[in-house]
Design a protein around this ligand. Structure first.
Ligand code: SAM
Ligand code: DTB
Ligand code: SF4
Length: 327
């Protein structure tokens, strides 16, 4: 066994020493071989007939000082979005109740911040405690954190922190200039240090190459510990942002290959088909589940953009014999 290899599941090694050539070799396998390997690893680690459901809420929308070239919420671009203040805790809990009723097990609260202010964090901690009290898992995504802020979120009982690497290091520099990828990696380390589970993935379809997508997987799979959750977002169209000039929707087969490669490289991470499912056919989503995706966001909107209607999702999962594992 290669150095740095730890045995994970029954026959699944957990590696943190991936290079791009390894990723390219997997990605380039004949489709049947790649997806068979991915599905075998998926079955070693997960119930293949179960998809976890999470729900999102934008608790503070727009006006963000960062210049992420894909995002409707950046103050650098005119996207026509209405900016809002941080929501009240009672309204957040009411939205969480509705999400729970619709079948979500996890509630993810997102704020358009570069980083939270300490007084904002008091309110966020109350939201976390209140959402946990209704029996849901909690996730927040608030931008960069100090170690102290991460520890406060952990004390409030937070389960997951979402903070994406978004793309390969090379492509990242082209789409965000107001922070570095290292800033993101530092926050991920603070989140880990505080004992919070990590949700970290990225976006495809912004005009990046296949090499960039694989570079992103290598980055994720070589973090000191694999993220427990890996969201794979297809860029959701937003008018007025720079990415709208370069975006190209990926070939559907390329998406399945990417999911399968991620499944093999990070055998125990939950892969979430996140933004962009409304552009996917039912057949494509089914192939992504076969390749190892086992989580989705439900609800008609994500943060500011569209998601498939609940009935369409329920119908698809029903036809595939997939359950959410909730009673
Ligand atoms: N401001 C915080 C941050 O950037 O970490 C949290 C909110 S931000 C909206 C969370 C993530 O949403 C981003 O890292 C990015 O991966 C994803 N995202 C933003 N706009 C998107 C879009 N139009 N399509 C797909 N994913 C998007
Ligand atoms: C993630 O990777 N995807 C979610 C969640 N983390 C916060 C956000 C998707 C946002 C899509 C664009 C929008 O609706 O504004
Ligand atoms: Fe701000 Fe997050 Fe959007 Fe970047 S992705 S502009 S940090 S809300």
């Amino acid at each position: 066994m290669a150095a740095g290899v730890v045995v994970g599941g029954s026959r699944t090694p957990i590696r943190n020493d991936w290079n791009r050539a390894d990723a390219e070799t997997l990605y380039g396998l004949p489709f049947a071989d790649l997806t068979f390997q991915a599905q075998s690893i998926h079955r070693d680690n997960f119930d293949p007939n179960r998809v976890e459901m999470a729900s999102l809420l934008s608790i503070k929308t727009g006006g963000c000082p960062e210049d992420c070239g894909y995002c409707s919420q950046s103050a650098h671009y005119d996207t026509g979005l209405k900016t809002t203040r941080l929501m009240d805790c009672a309204d957040v809990v009411a939205a969480a109740q509705r999400a729970k009723h619709a079948g979500a097990a996890r509630f993810c609260m997102a704020a358009a911040w570069r980083s939270p202010k300490d007084r904002d964090l008091d309110k966020i901690c109350s939201m976390i405690t209140a959402v946990k009290a209704i029996g849901m898992e909690t996730c927040v995504t608030l931008g960069m954190l100090t170690p102290k802020q991460a520890a406060r979120l952990a004390d409030a009982g937070l389960d997951f922190y979402n903070h994406n690497v978004d793309s390969s290091p090379e492509f990242y520099r082209k789409i965000v200039t107001t922070r570095t990828l290292q800033d993101r990696i530092d926050t991920l380390a603070h989140v880990r240090e505080a004992g919070i589970k990590v949700c970290c993935g990225g976006i495809i379809g912004m005009g990046e190459s296949v090499e960039d997508r694989l570079g992103m997987l290598v980055l994720l799979a070589n973090l000191p510990r694999h993220p427990e959750s890996v969201p794979i977002n297809l860029w959701n169209e937003v008018n007025g942002v720079p990415v709208s000039q370069t975006a190209e929707r990926p070939d559907p087969i390329a998406l399945v290959r990417l999911v399968a490669t991620a499944r093999i490289m990070m055998p125990k991470s939950v892969l979430r088909l996140s933004a962009g499912r409304q552009y996917m056919t039912d057949e494509l989503q089914a192939l992504c589940f076969l390749a190892g995706a086992s989580s989705i966001f439900i609800g008609d909107v994500l943060l500011t953009t569209k998601n498939p209607l609940r009935d369409r999702d329920a119908n698809l999962l029903d036809r595939l014999g997939i359950t959410s594992g909730l009673a």
